[in-house]
Write a protein that binds this ligand. Sequence first.
Ligand code: PMP
Length: 458
Amino acid sequence: EYKGMSKERIMEIRRKNCNPMTMKITYYKKPVFLHQGYMQWLWDFDGNRYLDLFAGVATVSVGHCHPKVAAALQRQLSKLWHTTNIYVNPTLHEYSEKLASHLPDPLKVVYLTNSGSEANDLAMLMARLHTGNFDLLTLRGSYHGGTQQTMGLTSNSSYKYPIATSSGCTHIMCPDVFRGPWGGSHCRDSPVQTTRQCSCAQGHCLANDQYIGQLKETFATSVPSRIAGFFGEPIQGMGGAVQYPKNYLKEAYQLVRERGGVCIADEVQTGFGRTGSHFWGFQGHDVLPDMVTMAKGIGDGFPMGAVVTTPEIAASFAKAFHFNTFGGGPLACAVASSVLDTIKEDDTQQNSHNVGTYLMTELAKLRDTYEIIGDVRGKGLQIGVEMVTNNKASRDPLSPEAMSEIFEDIKDMGVLIGKGGVYGQAFRIQPPMCITKEDVKFFLAVFKKAIQRYMDKE
Ligand code: PMP
């Protein structure tokens, strides 16, 4: 119970006083009533413990209520909560310098926001002001935010309303080598590859040529010859941890720049060491964006977001006052600064790499065993498991009902994971980066059992 409220009473308030859509996204048939969190663990009101492998959509980076981060927040809490940016707030400066030191030149100018949507909204405006162009490109299946502007970038109909939202956003074919028309079994930067046949020759990815060909067709047919920019997640998050062929982003960036556009890496999910091999997801693609947007893991669950860009783009944006009351407030900056320190001290990036690689390798064995596991992919602790019907070759997505059944069973056995993909067909594993190999072994046993139980019933 919370403040004497029963679960029934909480659900009654949810029905009456909360956004009606929240009834649909309790995520589980029997919702989880969260009470407490510590590192990779969550507890519900009944005292049940869950291994959290979703981290509130890749939001908790170093661990729930991480003692170091909580202590930093508490220190700041009794000092100063709020100054608007009309005064000089030292925490913002300390943090901006520290964050910028994690990015390569010339990405050195930091704008702090309160969410990822706000960061992408700002990046859209900056790209348009800087280039003097309007059109923006994103990949199908992407999620970039839920504000009216960023909704135009987002490419998943579940999040779209049947009215005019932002214009000037074109969605290009997602170079998904598992589900897309062109497969590639050696094309992604992941410890596991698709089982789809690869027609690549001598290290050259022919699937990539085809997907880049689709981008060129978009340039020929759907947007003006001058564009404002391209938004891309280094690995899609809500899309189900979709990865692109190794050279896709590099070639896409070049084509976009030839048309006057700037390139924006949405690191809301992939940043802060989650992909293991690098601190930022874009580094795994060997590209240098003009803007990087971030949120979620930046504050280990504390509301915050940021855009980091170049001095040139910042100068183009300085044509009017940009004001944000809470963006870069003392609490958020104290937390985020401690998160950066903790990532280093706890070596979470290396842990992401080690534990994530082990998990994906083991999941690939299950993929080879069970007909309904179509694909395993990802990097570090940004992992997707794509579920298909009992005919793997068809790649038909497993039905939402079947996905829910397995999902619920996994939860009832004490593990929380996520769902995603355009058809809701992918399980997503994006835990706090402090999880251990032991946790992974427990999850694998639970996952196997849930799959087996579902198969036995079919
Ligand atoms: N970009 C990506 C890649 C995201 O996953 C999300 C949130 N799921 C956002 C942007 C939007 O962030 P927020 O919900 O903080 O506005």
